[in-house]
Design a protein around this ligand. Sequence first.
Ligand SMILES: *Cc1c(COP(=O)(O)O)cnc(C)c1O
Length: 395
Amino acid sequence: MRLEESEIEAPRLGEPFLLTPGPLTTSYDTKSAMLKDWGSWDGDFRQMTQLMRDQLIEMLGSGNESFDCVPMQGSGSFSVEAMLGSFVPKDGKVLVLSNGAYGQRAAKTLKYLKRDHIVLDKGDYLPPRGEEVAEILATDNDITHVVAVHCETSSGILNPIEEISLATYNAGRKLLIDSMSAFGAILVEPNKIKFEAIVSSANKCIEGVPGFGFILARKSALEAAEGNSHSLCLDLHDQWSHMNKTGQWRYTPPTHVLAAFLVALESHRKEGGVIGRGARYTKNQNALVSGMRSIGFETLLGERWLSPIIVTFFCPADPSFEFTRFYDLMKLKGFIIYPGKLTVVESFRIGCIGQMDEQIMLKVVDAARESLREMGVTDASPPSKALEERKRLQS
Ligand SMILES: *Cc1c(COP(=O)(O)O)cnc(C)c1O
């Protein structure tokens, strides 16, 4: 039982836990892997790159033989931009499904890339549904691609990617998925959910350090991507064909980050892969949500849409509550939390991913209880308009 023999070590050197959706708390072994220098042209490093690509493809599960993996330097958004610019042809048109900051960023990226697009904007946290996608695709024949965010990290909502995929391919279009914050913890098997490409990065559910992203794409899509990209550096076709020819990244790779990532991948495998990782995060989320509810906090989302990645809580209506003070008090207790991103009501977020288990999440709840007491907040329930908002979501 994990609770007794927890392999999670409290961060050494007195570091706080990062309850954030990446960068997040990594293991000591992962960090230690960066204490060595690697030559990017050397055979050892080329082997490391190939090993990583193979392991990421394997992680997709059934149907992965049609896919290849292309890593890309930079933060996750660089990889999203590389995916959009490489797979959407210059005369293509995209339907962006947006319900938060990352959907909006995808639309903004397409604007920069001068790719024609329309946005289904569901506001802060309503999920885009399959029927809505089907309806839009039926009325607009120019749309070639649909872009969906898997877990919209700004609210923590787990979008219904399966019905979105069905609607997309029933209409003969192609799906590109930003699964940055979910890949590695939630299965997206190509044999069950069809898509052209999926993108994630080193510093989310695989629990590596930041420095690169990766795109898992159909080989047919990678072949067809030649000449599409607006950007030399972000050209996935070029990165892919160069890597297949030489085993090397084009331009300087984040060598230390890759070395750390391989250790993180090994831990992921030992934990039971995507299923094992997802199970720990789900336990984390359950411990967090039931604990926070027991001291009076309310979640933005109902059970149906909660993800095991990150949870949004409403700020208490009590006038003694002040988020920045709460943040500081939590930090003093060793926990870095995350501000909310809602427009209608105040909120904050707590991540469930990274080197943490349910015991640590129970300590987070204790710290929240103690922080409320120190602030003189006697009632953690949210303002009534927050609950009205939530009702709207559930209907
Ligand atoms: C983290 C994240 C990104 C990428 O963000 P970066 O700050 O560029 O790493 C993109 N989409 C989602 C859903 C994310 O959670």
